[in-house]
Each structure stands twice: as structure tokens, then as C-alpha cells.
Design a protein around this ligand. Structure first.
Ligand code: ATP
Ligand code: MG
Length: 323
């Protein structure tokens, strides 16, 4: 038997008054897959995740979740868990009490599962602290633990890495990949390209409500044209001359001064970059580094969502992520 489909959305449209939050969106997620949802602020990610969780109903389109047709009512099949806009938690209860209460509400036998879920998200040490004092990252993890309690076959999470420290992030990554390895499907949104690259073999990119890309991450890099590359050499002025004489190569800027001292930014197909390196070495100029200014996945995202097409906001000009 082939892998079953956890999510099949076709032509989903959802408006809020004049705002078309989702416009003819298709989404396919197989069981055992971690699927990433990316897009600029307001692209429609949370809206789409909300539909998968049964928090809202689409205006148009067909939505099948875990083999069941949904859409006319605010309900989703058993086996779906997750949250958008932060998990709903009782601040005056401890982490453990929150999970126990949830388990009881759902009619589950609690004790064993609660401890295990807390362990999985790395909250064992603070299990008996009130949630009131929890940080954003701790709340996110507790929300994930609550979802785990239901042993989901489809986990839907909105920016799960938000506010997580490196240890918390490792827990969350392990939980997500563990669920997928056990055959569950995961749909998660993220603004972090490093998380997506690490977790999601497949992504859907939304831009103002429309799908601009859906498929394997490996295919995404091919969508983007020639990338800007930073070139560091032993002799920037000579390097510029050589670059000017290299067919198919464009000098974007440089050699700069200040932080970018001696760096030349060039753009061209791989063959032209190879040719440049050979020519530099031939001219007695040592190559100290040649690397894309923006990682390929991020560059593809920027190119596809239209960010970075205006002058001065090109991929080469984006601010470094303050990590
Ligand atoms: N309940 C609502 N009422 C009115 N407009 C809404 C509502 N929910 C979303 N929208 C609008 O729909 C669009 C998509 O919003 P959504 O929250 O899905 O984007 P997003 O991709 O999650 O953005 P972000 O990255 O900022 O979280 C936005 O223009 C938003 O203002
Ligand atoms: Mg959102």
C-alpha cells in the first residue's frame, strides 16, 4: 500500500471582508511527511492552518483531512491536533495540571501520557510551575505536549520554533521528526529558513494568499536564478579586472570598504563562477572565499515572494538575521 494522504486541499479560498487571505490554494501532505508553510507576514499561513484545525471554514474549495471530507462545519476528524496563535492554557495551573485537565476533557486516562509528553518537550523540570510565569518558548512547548497527548496523525503548528532557545528547539525538532517517523503528518509554518531546511523535505510558499511554490525543497533552489556571490581575494582591484573580463559574469558591487573591505559581489551561472576562479588563480590572485550572499533556499523564497525585487532590497541587501 502506498502512503496515505493526510491533507488534500483543492482550490481553497477564504476572505475576511475585502481581504482575500487564501486564493485558490492547493495543498497535499502525505502521511509521514513534515510539510513547511512559508510566506511573508499576512500571506495566509495562519489562516490555512486554522482551516486544517477546524477553527474556520473555507468559502470555497474542497478539503480532505485524514481521508475525511471537511468544510461545512467547524469540525475536523479525530487524530488532528495543534494550535495557531499560541496554545490555549490556564495560567493559574501548572504545566502538569494543564495537561491533566486537557486529558480529562478529552476523556483520556491521563497520568502516564502527561509525564511522557512533558519529557518529550523538555519541560519535566518545570512541570509543577504555574504556566503564568512561562516564557513564550515554554508555552509553545507545552502546547506541543498537549498536542502529543492525543497521539495525533496530523499535527498542525504555527511557527513552533518561535521563541525557542537552542535546547528547546532541539526538543521540538525531535518531537516533530519523531512523529513523522511514526507515520504522522506534520504541517508547520515558519519564518526560519534554517528550521525549514532542517525539518521539511517539502514546502509550500504562500504570497498574499496564493501558492507561489509547492514541492520538494530540492526543487526550490532550481527556481531561483543566478545568485549573488561574495568573492574574497588577495588582491581586490586585480580581481575586479579579472571579473570584468570573465564572460557571463556580472559585477554587482565592490570591492567595498568598511565591513565589506575588499569583497567583490558577483553574479552569474555556475560555469561563469568556475571560470572566474580559474582566471583569478591564473592571474596570480589568491581566492580566499566564494560563497552565496544569501543561502539558496532563502534566495528562492525572496525571489518567489517578490521581496527583494525593488532596488536596495535585493537578496544581497537583506539584514542579517539577529541570531
Ligand atoms: N480574523 C480575521 N479578520 C480579518 N482579517 C483577517 C483575519 N485573519 C486573517 N486576516 C487577514 O488575512 C490575511 C492573512 O493573514 P494570516 O494571519 O493568515 O497571515 P500569516 O501568513 O499567518 O502572517 P504572519 O506571518 O504575520 O503570521 C492578512 O491580510 C490578515 O490581515
Ligand atoms: Mg501567522
Amino acid at each position: 500500500m502506498g502512503r496515505s494522504r493526510a491533507v488534500r486541499a483543492r482550490g481553497i479560498t477564504k476572505s475576511f471582508g475585502e481581504v482575500v487571505a487564501l486564493d485558490d490554494v492547493d495543498l497535499e501532505v502525505e502521511a509521514g511527511q513534515v510539510h513547511g508553510l512559508v510566506g511573508p507576514n499576512g500571506a495566509g499561513k495562519t489562516t490555512l492552518l486554522g482551516l486544517l484545525l477546524g477553527l474556520a471554514v473555507a468559502d470555497r474549495g474542497r478539503l480532505e483531512i485524514l481521508g475525511t471530507q471537511v468544510g461545512r462545519t467547524l469540525a475536523v476528524p479525530d487524530g488532528v491536533a495543534g494550535f495557531v496563535d499560541g496554545p490555549g492554557l490556564y495560567p493559574s495551573l501548572t504545566a502538569r495540571q494543564n495537561l491533566t485537565a486537557l486529558a480529562r476533557l478529552r476523556g483520556h486516562d491521563s497520568a502516564g501520557g502527561v509525564g511522557e509528553a512533558l519529557e518529550q518537550v523538555g519541560l519535566t523540570d518545570v512541570a509543577d510551575d504555574r504556566v503564568r510565569g512561562f516564557s513564550l518558548g515554554m508555552r509553545q512547548r507545552l502546547g506541543l505536549a498537549a498536542a502529543l497527548l492525543t497521539r495525533p496523525r496530523l499535527l498542525v503548528i504555527d511557527e513552533p520554533a518561535n521563541g525557542l532557545d537552542p535546547a528547546g528547539k532541539r526538543h521540538v525538532h525531535r518531537v516533530i521528526t519523531g512523529l513523522a517517523a511514526d507515520g504522522a503528518a506534520v504541517v508547520m509554518s515558519s519564518h526560519r529558513m534554517d528550521d525549514l531546511a532542517a525539518l521539511c523535505p517539502e514546502v509550500t510558499i504562500l504570497s498574499t494568499g496564493r501558492v507561489v511554490f509547492s514541492g520538494p525543497v530540492s526543487k526550490l533552489a532550481a527556481e531561483v536564478g543566478d545568485l549573488d556571490h561574495r568573492l574574497r581575494t588577495s588582491d581586490p582591484a586585480a580581481a575586479r579586472e579579472v571579473a570584468e573580463g570573465t564572460p557571463g559574469l556580472r559585477i554587482v558591487r565592490g570591492p567595498g570598504d568598511g565591513a565589506d573591505a575588499g569583497v567583490l559581489v558577483v553574479r552569474g551561472p555556475v560555469e561563469a563562477l568556475d571560470d572566474l576562479v580559474v582566471r583569478l588563480v591564473g592571474a596570480g590572485v589568491a581566492v580566499r572565499g566564494l560563497a552565496p550572499v544569501v543561502p539558496p533556499l532563502e534566495a528562492a523564497f525572496l525571489a518567489l515572494t517578490g521581496i527583494g525585487t525593488e532596488p536596495g532590497t535585493g537578496p544581497g541587501e537583506t539584514e542579517e538575521d539577529p541570531r
